[in-house]
Design a protein around this ligand. Structure first.
Ligand code: G3P
Ligand code: MG
Length: 246
């Protein structure tokens, strides 16, 4: 069975997370898949950022929903990580899709659950569907979210795109299959912590594919693969043996 390694926020232990530098390193290390987080600016521009504020991973503070595309040029998203990355920007989704096409990388795009309201979430879904039209048909894609309402809406409007329900350990209850069916999800993306062999067996028996996040231990990754999981999301993709990185 094919075992997939997904670089979490790009090669995020080698370069600042969710930047073009981090995604560009995938090819160099033979990693075919990356995960990224997509959010929306005030003007509707889709950007790649885990947080909905600038505070943790840039040289500025404030909310993403208060800035526009023009502001991105004056925000440094790399110098917090290391001098070599000074001047790195928060990428737009458009830029990332170009990179994925050029470098033949596959994408797991996580739709962030927005605090700024349903209207902006609707716009995020619309703009995502529209921008994904620029993705080459040879590229593989999974769209995921912890927000299962948003994910179900995305799948309704883009039925041919594979989608994944994300669960944290404490939100993964006995109703997981009902949620999967509501979303018409192709994948379940459970949190690593607390995941057991029996739970993986239950998922697999239902016919769904399983990618586990975030696994930063090679022995644990091996155990999960032996239990039948299809992929793991990791911050240390470069440390995996070459059989996973061809
Ligand atoms: O998609 C897996 C993982 O990215 C989910 O958690 O908080 O790192 O986006 P988070
Ligand atoms: Mg994520």
């Amino acid at each position: 069975m094919h075992k997939t390694i997904i670089a979490h926020r790009g090669m995020s232990s080698l370069a600042p997370e969710n930047t073009l530098a981090a995604f560009s390193l995938c090819k160099e290390h033979g990693v075919k898949w990356f995960e990224c987080d997509v959010d929306i600016l005030q003007d509707g521009t889709l950007v790649i950022s885990h947080d909905d504020t600038l505070d943790r991973c840039t040289d500025k503070s404030g909310r993403l929903c208060d800035i526009t595309r023009n502001d991105l040029e004056s925000i440094d998203a790399g110098s917090w990580f290391g001098d070599a990355f000074t001047g790195e920007r928060i990428p737009t989704l458009q830029q990332l899709i170009c990179l994925a096409n050029d470098q033949q990388l596959n994408l797991n795009i996580e739709i962030k659950s927005l605090p700024a309201g349903a209207e902006l979430s609707q716009l995020l879904i619309s703009n995502l569907i529209s921008e994904l039209q620029a993705l080459n048909s040879a590229r593989e894609l999974i769209v995921s979210s912890f927000n299962h309402q948003v994910l179900a809406e995305f799948k309704r409007r883009s039925p041919n795109t594979s989608v994944a329900c994300l669960f944290e350990s404490h939100t993964l209850g006995h109703d997981w299959q009902t949620i999967i069916e509501y979303c018409r999800a192709d994948y379940i993306h459970p949190q690593n912590e607390g995941l057991t062999k029996e739970m993986v067996r239950e998922f697999k028996d239902s016919g769904i594919k399983v990618n586990v996040w975030t696994v930063n231990d090679l022995a644990r990754a091996n155990e999960l693969f032996n239990w039948g999981v299809d992929g793991i999301c990791t911050d240390i993709a470069q440390q995996f043996p070459s059989k996973y990185r061809m």
